[in-house]
Ligand binder design. Structure first.
Ligand SMILES: Nc1ncnc2c1ncn2[C@@H]1O[C@H](COP(=O)(O)OP(=O)(O)OP(=O)(O)O)[C@@H](O)[C@H]1O
Ligand SMILES: [Mg+2]
Length: 191
């Protein structure tokens, strides 16, 4: 699985992996839309609510047919652990992530919500709880290109490179409090 906060590069890296690494790589939310595995549209969050049961059943079928498949999602814990070998968590320094997300047509609240999630490491820690730290591999994409990230994952999948598992990246420890507080308006608007 390839997971990470929005803007860390999952879709870009997944596309490159399927082009360069001869693995089958799919984008979970695109698959859900394509197959109609959708319960409703959440107006407030401007996002589709996925029918997880249907999606998981479909993936289980795919997994039994193919030798291996790379699945890109920002919500890895919906996949049952027995289907999961490795979870690559793409990470990005929050100020670099801000640059990537600012080029999207998103409102500030949604951008800040996601940057705060990256600062706290929500996706990485949820993946570690769901699958165990031994299956979680963080990749810092801050100063590398999408090609370099895809090549690294490809080498790991082929057993040509080993990464140390575990959740180690802690952006809070290297950020100034004022840099973090810049993004707090999302929290403020919730209270
Ligand atoms: N090292 C890198 N790895 C991946 N993407 C990078 C990297 N450096 C810069 N980028 C850029 O960051 C952006 C990431 O966007 P992308 O849509 O791939 O993210 P995503 O994680 O799939 O987001 P979402 O969860 O919203 O689908 C792209 O424009 C990509 O070119
Ligand atoms: Mg994506």
């Amino acid at each position: 699985m390839i997971a990470g906060t929005p803007g860390t590069g999952k879709s870009t890296v997944t596309r490159l992996l399927s082009e360069k690494c001869s693995v089958r790589a799919i984008n979970l939310s695109e698959l859900a839309l394509e197959k109609g595995f959708i319960l409703t549209y959440d107006q407030d969050r401007k996002t589709y609510v996925v029918d997880e049961d249907k999606l998981v059943n479909y993936l289980r079928g795919l997994a039994s047919e193919t030798s291996g498949i790379v699945v890109n999602t920002h919500y890895p814990e919906i996949i049952p652990p027995d289907l999961v070998d490795k979870v690559f968590i793409l990470r990005a320094h929050p100020l670099i992530l801000e640059k990537r997300l600012s080029s999207r047509n998103w409102d500030r609240r949604k951008i800040n919500e996601n940057i705060l999630a990256e600062i706290i490491g929500v996706v990485a820690s949820n993946a570690a709880s769901a699958f165990g730290e031994h299956r979680v591999y963080e990749i810092d994409t801050s100063y590398s290109s999408p090609d370099e990230v895809a090549d690294l994952i490809c080498m790991v999948l082929k057993g040509e490179r080993a990464l140390e598992p575990g959740v180690k990246i802690d952006w809070l420890s290297i950020m100034e409090p004022s840099e973090v507080l810049k993004f707090e308006d999302y929290l403020g608007s919730e209270n």
